[in-house]
Design a protein around this ligand. Sequence first.
Ligand code: BGN
Length: 285
Amino acid sequence: QQQKQATGASNSNGLPSCVDRHDILGGKFKPVMTELSPDALSYLFRDVTVGGTYTPDSCVPKEKTAIIIPFRDRSSHLNILLLNLLPMLKRQKVDFTVFVIDQQLPSIFNRGLLFNVGFLEASKLGPYDCFIFHDVDLVPINDLNFYHCNDGPTHFISGVNKFNYSLLYRDMFGGIVSFKKKQFLEINGASNMYFGWGGEDDDLRVRVVRRGLKIVRKYADIGLYDMIKHGRENSNGKNPVRGGLLKLAGKRQDSEGLSTIRYKVQGVDLLPLYTRVTVTVNMTE
Ligand code: BGN
């Protein structure tokens, strides 16, 4: 028994620790871009418990993960994402709960603020160690893109089909990122000030870099995603002041973010495949 503990080969349940199975996972897979009904999905994933929690039973996971999806009026995207993401997370032996953070109208969509809401509300519901912030329209297509937290905040994307499986710019920190709890607290979370499209992900990167955290990136052939096609919503137009906000990102970091967020939770619903947190935001507060 003592020897087993020393090698980390098993714990007190006699189950081994979960490890990344590079050896048995298939690598690249073809995503299924069709939408199933919520009923069909919950039947397909009946091993996911209410609220969207899954715990592997063949090994002991090393972290408890909250998948946080900022959301507004994209049910069909969500259904397609779940159809592909949930089986991959299960294959990777991730211990996860899915949270959908649904921002109500009339406020303009604010992705960064919804990161903070997701972090705070998930933390009230469970002892999560790892937070993965995930766009609803990006579908992973490689099993070896492990959904973990690392020694530094992690950017999961090395390429998207829309850009020929490359990134628009090298420093990009958008789409999907993970933070350990301690890392997200250390940067004072995301900025709450970006209403509309653009810039909030660059601001987040500034916060990470200013705290001296080193960003972890995925290999070019691993961090691959297919984007679900869509137009731009009226309630998420390009933010005309994003350039100005971004210039002062560093100056604002301590005085604005997770520590100063204001929002109202209208409901927390434990649906079969995710926990839905419905929020309203007052843009003038
Ligand atoms: C960038 C946006 C990002 C977005 C990427 C990819 C800005 C800041 C301008 C000062 N940044 O241009 O938010 O993720 O494009 O679409 O707009």
